[in-house]
Design a protein around this ligand. Structure first.
Ligand code: CA
Length: 232
């Protein structure tokens, strides 16, 4: 079993914090790689192929934002959990252009970080193993096995979390899903985040799949309740 350890790359320039995270992850059975800068993070993400990256925002040189947006394009399946000390970074982290899967505000309890890593891994695993039949709707196709999403036969890059949210919609065409139901299905009941995170993801998915994100044709808002995948 030991050779099946999940590999996590911890990117943080403050050695004491990095070691603290690394020790806790190792104790939880992960294989941990470390680096203190963004350049090395980019290099190691492709050469060492970690499943998860724990990525601090504030780094010398290339910062965490830039690392995240670059990797989102080059390695879309990598789970990226960002660390920030500033509340104002959160909008940027969960914002459209960046696409981190999750974030933690420092200082945090390492158990919470580990819980989120497990939740993200479970979600990614569930996507790989659940069913072989591609989901399709009009000009959209979701291939569960390869975790690829196509519109008009052109691939649209989605993060693992975006893929999960979209999969839930495409498995429930025409059904109104409450924000709570959506949130719990994707992030899990024990997740510490709030419902605003969901709205940010919906906005981001609309930007990617809708012709006109302000007049969505696929994901409709059900005011005061949640969202519905349109069945017209
Ligand atoms: Ca730092």
């Amino acid at each position: 079993m030991s050779e099946d350890k999940v590999k996590i790359l911890v990117v943080e320039d403050e050695a004491s914090i990095r070691k603290f995270i690394a020790i806790n992850l190792e104790r939880s059975g992960f294989e941990v790689l470390e680096t203190d800068n963004g350049e090395a993070a980019l290099e190691m993400a492709s050469s060492c192929k970690p499943s998860v990256m724990v990525l601090d925002v504030m780094l010398p040189g290339i910062d965490g934002f830039e690392v995240c947006s670059k990797l989102r394009v080059t390695i879309p399946g990598l789970i990226i959990i960002m660390l920030t000390a500033r509340a104002q970074d959160i909008d940027k982290i969960t914002g459209l252009e960046l696409g981190a899967d999750d974030y933690m505000v420092k200082p945090f309890n390492p158990r919470e970080l580990i819980a989120r890593i497990h939740a993200n891994l479970r979600r990614a695993e569930a996507m790989k193993t659940s069913g072989n039949t591609p989901l399709s709707y009009k000009n959209l196709i979701m291939d569960i096995n390869s975790q690829k999403f196509f519109k008009d036969n052109l691939e649209i890059e989605l993060t693992p979390t975006e893929f999960s949210v979209l999969k839930l919609f495409m498995s429930n065409v025409g059904r109104a899903l409450s924000r709570n139901e959506l949130f719990n299905s994707v992030w899990g009941k024990n997740y510490f985040g709030d419902l605003k995170t969901l709205d940010v993801y919906i906005r981001r998915i609309r930007e990617k799949i809708e012709e006109n994100p302000s007049k969505p044709q696929y994901i409709e808002t059900v005011w005061g309740f949640g969202y519905r995948w349109c069945d017209k």
